[in-house]
Design a protein. Structure first.
Ligand code: HEM
Length: 332
């Protein structure tokens, strides 16, 4: 059939219109899908290990920028933040734990045990930088960021490798756990069992977790206790267990809460809950093992931190645990 020039132009015009409409529908569809994925947090599972390694590197870099804080590092307080975010877990009800990052809100931020932790939260804030336009990693949840902060701090302070699995979501203040779920340092081993069994830890794991007190110090203006546990508070080591086994500890004479002072190492301290580990006949053998063998401690410390940091987190199926390359040389 003969087709006139004007019929031909009309048909091409209609074709172009059809293609343009299809393209517009596809674009709108794509946009709507992307919004849904974003709204339901599904995009997070798309993030790669390399992207999380960049966040790790950012935290490590920031740790290396300021040696004037405390004993030369923000590392210890980052570890304490990750532990206090996770250590509220209750296995019976499935509540608490690191999912949610609810310590951003009262009442949890005001719980006595969390005194001073705003320093760690503020230290990590610019990494996510929700309120900073040029922030590099706004996509990471606070809940993942705080745990990654703990992982990076342990590794950068020459501790063991601690695997990390992403997938924690941020939740609102209605998910804050009740006060009283974290341990009271004035108590003994039965109290430690009461608190840590609730999370699902046994005696050996309580002793291994307590080795975190090789790091950092107590601050009189936070919980009342004062002083460091070891001579090297900015490095992970088994020195805490050595001090517990070799040193003579006597009650410190002062106005503050009951704590212990080393007879030789006058400047070092122990909390009642620290000494409970050597006074308890089931826990003491683990203190001695870790004092004798630092690599055993590193091995068990890594496993128990991994368990602590994952308590109660509803990870998406198919997500993996990753290990990040430290920016500093490690002992193991
Ligand atoms: C066993 C029961 C525990 C008790 C009673 C306890 C108690 C305390 C207290 C009173 C402080 C001093 C806080 C301050 O004044 O700034 C502290 C600091 C610290 N805790 Fe624990 N803790 C326990 C377990 C743990 C665990 C399981 C971890 C980590 C896995 C941990 C990591 C730390 C760190 C790294 C610091 C030093 C923080 C800094 O230097 O700012 N603690 N802890």
């Amino acid at each position: 059939m003969f087709v006139t020039q004007s019929q031909y132009s009309l048909s091409s015009f209609l074709d172009v219109l059809l293609y343009a409409s299809a393209a517009a529908v596809a674009a709108v569809g794509y946009y709507l899908c992307a919004q849904c994925w974003r709204a339901f947090g599904l995009r997070k599972s798309k993030r790669t290990k390399e992207e999380y390694q960049k966040v790790y590197n950012e935290i490590a870099g920031r740790l290396g920028e300021d040696y004037n804080y405390d004993d030369g590092s923000y590392g210890p307080i980052l570890v304490r933040l990750a532990w206090h975010a996770s250590g509220t877990y209750d296995k019976e009800t499935g509540t608490g734990g690191s999912n949610g990052a609810t310590m951003r809100f009262g009442p949890e931020s005001g719980h006595g045990a969390n005194a001073g932790l705003e320093i760690a939260r503020n230290f990590l804030e610019p990494v996510k930088g929700k309120h900073i336009p040029e922030a590099k990693f706004p996509w990471i949840t606070y809940a993942d960021l705080w745990i990654l902060g703990g992982v990076a701090a342990i590794q950068e302070m020459e501790g063991p490798t601690v695997p990390f699995r992403p997938g924690r979501q941020d939740r609102d203040s209605t998910f804050c756990p009740p006060d009283g779920r974290l341990p009271d340092a004035s108590e003994g081993s039965q109290h430690l069992r009461h608190i840590f069994n609730r999370m699902g830890f046994n005696d050996q794991e309580i002793v291994a977790l307590s080795g975190a007190h090789s790091l950092g110090r107590c601050h009189a203006d936070r919980l009342g206790f004062e002083g460091p546990w070891t001579y090297t508070p900015a490095y992970v080591s088994n020195q805490y267990y050595n001090m517990l086994t070799v040193e003579m500890w006597k009650v410190r004479k002062w106005d503050g809460p009951r704590q212990f002072q080393g007879s030789t190492s006058q400047t070092l301290m122990m909390l009642p809950t620290d000494l409970a580990l050597v006074e308890d006949e089931n826990m003491r053998p683990w203190v001695e093992k870790y004092a004798d063998d630092e690599s055993l401690f590193f091995h068990d410390f890594s496993n128990v931190l991994l368990k602590l940091f994952e308590l109660g987190v509803p990870f998406e199926e198919g997500t993996e645990r990753w290990t990040f390359t430290p920016t500093k040389v490690q002992k193991s």
